[in-house]
Design a protein around this ligand. Structure first.
Ligand SMILES: C[S@@+](CC[C@H](N)C(=O)[O-])C[C@H]1O[C@@H](n2cnc3c(N)ncnc32)[C@H](O)[C@@H]1O
Length: 213
């Protein structure tokens, strides 16, 4: 089980975990009605409205993309042009004009597969959530580990001046991770879109103008 809905604040973590996985809210039903694969699409739409994530982008990489909601938005935003690549450890059903790689972002081989599709990207997205252990400190550490792996991939594939959008759970490891992102980009903002559940510990880091070395 992956932590799509249950990325909760530390308090009541165990009991709320089950509740959140089952709870279907306004965004869930709206996603279903509008033909999107996840309620997470509304987070990305809100981030894009605020920060112009896809402005001028021709190549987008989406790490931890299943079931594919963010890929649908990326494809919509790029129109008929450009390349959209998604990576997840779990398979997804195909999306027109989207390259999907089934792989673990912690494996070097996955990076090689990404590079075989495109050498450079304008935008890297990362919405990674770990397998739930039910122990907050463990899940927090695992999530930040995935976020760090995403940052490392972004450093290898982003164009100079590129954009990174990355989810990170707030907790002990969060400030240091945020600093690592700040060292690589000129512009870094943290934000919580209204489609993100209030009780969730997730934050989205929007980093622009990648300083490629
Ligand atoms: C919150 S979901 C992403 C939802 C997606 N943004 C959407 O809109 O459909 C988190 C994803 O992280 C993926 N994931 C977790 N660990 C991973 C890993 N090591 N490599 C690749 N994907 C991973 C899970 O399989 C899960 O699909």
């Amino acid at each position: 089980m992956y932590l799509c809905y249950s990325d909760l604040i530390e308090s009541n973590y165990h009991t709320e975990c089950v509740f959140y996985l089952k709870r279907k809210d306004h965004y869930y039903y709206r996603a279903h009605k509008e033909g999107y694969r996840s309620r997470a699409v509304f987070k990305l739409k809100q981030l894009n409205n605020k920060f112009g994530i896809f402005r001028g982008a021709k190549a987008v990489l989406d790490l931890c993309c299943a079931p594919g909601g963010w890929l649908q938005i990326a494809r919509e935003e790029l129109g008929d042009e450009g390349v959209v690549v998604g990576v997840d450890i779990n398979k997804i059903s195909s999306i027109d004009d989207v390259n999907f790689i089934c792989g673990d972002i912690l494996e070097e081989e996955t990076l090689n597969q990404i590079l075989s599709v495109s050498k450079e990207f304008d935008v890297v997205l990362s919405d990674c959530s770990p397998k739930v252990s039910g122990v907050w400190s463990v899940d927090h550490e695992r999530q930040i580990f995935l976020a760090k792996a995403s940052l490392n991939i972004a450093k290898r594939v982003l164009k100079k001046g590129g954009t990174l959008v990355i989810k990170a759970f707030q907790g002990n490891e969060y400030p240091q991770f945020l600093n690592e992102v700040r060292q690589c980009f000129d512009y870094v903002k943290t934000t919580k879109p209204s489609a993100s559940r209030k009780a969730s510990a997730e934050m989205y880091i929007v980093a622009k103008n990648f300083r490629k070395k």
